[in-house]
Unconditional design. Sequence first.
Length: 357
Amino acid sequence: MDLIEATLAKKRSALESAAGGAKKKYVRRGDLEKQREQEYLAEQERERKEKEERERKLAEEKEVKRKEERAAKAAESSSTSSPSTPAVLSEGAKASPSDESTAATFNIAPEEVVRRLRARGHPIRLFAETDQQRKIRLRALELVEDRSEGQRNDFMRAMENAETGLHLEALGQQGGSGTKEKKSKSDPTKDLDTNAISIELLQKDQDKLYVLIYTYFKRLLREWEQDLDQRPDELKRSTPGKLATATQAQSAEYLKPFFKSLRQKTLEPDVLMRITEIAELMIKREHMAASDAYLKLSIGNAPWPIGVTMVGIHERSGREKIFSAQVAHVLNDETSRKWIQSIKRIMTFAEKKYPRL
């Protein structure tokens, strides 16, 4: 009963307030809805003010905490006073005296600062940032990169080296032809005939085969580099031109373990046989057959049995086909994978330069 009486009293008070305080037998529905709307808007306004007040207090607390952290960092940097670890300045921050002295030693041209920042994908200038603060920010970025040098991508490093080579070549063209002297080295294997590479030579004279394979792939790698150097300057500086230069430089770097194995004559017999087959087919310009031989070298031709290959004392049917000659050598280690992939790139270059007759 109390609940019913309270509900009736509430309804009665709402009707009286909607009627303007006067006692009426009836109230318009529009007036009642208008009163409810006003009450709802007042409630929303109250909640909005409470939310703004909470956000303002939270922002003040964060600002106080940020100032305390900045003061602690400033005290720590002043106590250590190490010039090799400058802090990256934010958009409103000022440079400390230690940062200014560090930037003084890091004296480079503004154009070079802009180029390095753009190469790293960072803005060339922050809001209200001075030239000195920009140098400090660049120095901090380079220090971070030095710490994480082992985690960088090899291809990105090759791209940077290619861009640096283009700048050096441009400087050499302005200063004279001094940069071309390094390429005019005498090649002792220049007149060596590599057409004798064959599977039969693998059985007859294996030492000579090592020398011929070494000479053949070295010659192709050198021709690849020369073809890239003979391109027009605008093509070299374009994005596809830089990618091609970086790919060739990366391949030359990856092939160093392969050439070392050839000089030391330590290649595995089945790998040497596949490399000999690839070289022989490339010399004959049978590039499709050379690609098939490359697939046998890289992924092998062994079947991949599904499920359990050994149950009890009985072997599965695919187990007996797995032996050492059919193991995929590209899966052995990362170094082998890299130089085998580089051989495929040389094969692609040779197919373009020496198409099938």
